[in-house]
Design a protein around this ligand. Sequence first.
Ligand code: OVM
Length: 394
Amino acid sequence: MNIPVIDIDPFAKDVLENPYSYHEQKREAGPVFWLEKYKTFGMVRFAEVRAALLDHERFISGRGVGLADFAKEKPYRPPSLLLEADPPSHDQARAIMNGVVSPASLKALEPVWRERAEALVDRLVEQREFDAVRDFTEVFPMLVFPDAVGLMDEGREHLLTYAMAVFNAFGPRNEIFLKGEEDAGAAAGWVAEACRRTNLKRGGWGMAIFEAADNGACTQEEAERLVRSLLSAGVDTTVNGLATALFALTEFPDEWNKLQAQPRLARKALEESLRWDSTVQTFFRTTSRDVEVDGTNLPEGSKVLLFLAAANRDPRKWDQPDIFNIDRLTSGHVGFGAGIHQCLGQMVARLEGQLALTELAKRCKKIRATGPVVRRLNNTLHAIASLPVAVEPA
Ligand code: OVM
């Protein structure tokens, strides 16, 4: 085959730890390349990644968005009706969810979420020193999101474990995946129970999905699986999106100073952090027919790894892409994907991030790391286990 061959394993530990130092070679190799280790294609340039995301008819999701091809292997869990589905069934499921996770529902939640952010940040700032991940970004989403879904109180600690395993499972069956699988057994059992109508509280997003089912939008079994999507996609993503934003603000103190002077920039800071280091680093698609990309034929049934995070640092698209700059125009970034599958929870994530960053910026003059960032390796997410920080109250 007449295309560049890449021997680097994108799921190797040192690559997952610091993926960015490995993107340049792939980006220069060409618009599409062959990943020898997994026998799949890959793309890292912004234009091609975005084009593939928008082309959902030829780059399909129904055969899985991980390495496993659902046409050839049995999925490890019943496929997501959203993430791992194509039109027309995808669009029906998505319409239900758009009605449930709506701007109006978020508007109603915002005051309570702000109070919880205020109380948490008050306490952390009083401490002066805390772990930005363990004490803040792993805590805040758990104070707001499970209640919004209407989850049962008992066992919520399983949520993060479950999500970690879900995101590992999009990658190869490497050591990281197998470790996640071990931890996730009990968590998956809890999640299955938590998604059942009888275990959901009234007034939450979960019950709203079942009410849509009552009105004929889908079956009860499908409703359960749609609740599962919220639990899969809504926790580890926001935990690490917010963690990355805090890491970026400690790495680039001038950007913190801008935010501190104008806490209203919190939205922009979060968005730029999603561009600078996208929480979801990669997703696969599968070609539904022969597809030509820049003169190369991708045969029907090819898995193609799309490097969202690399696209968001493509110098063809972004000036000084490695610099975190909260004044930057970030529109078009693919940190939330693009096209029909673009993140359903993006407004939820933005609200959580905005509240957390705003309340911190209002209360602290400075924030600095007091020790090294510790990564938690995951096959899909660029995750942080620990980031010790000290703050100076405003
Ligand atoms: C789902 C799901 C799971 C993981 C991620 C995701 C980023 C969706 O079950 O629908 O979106």
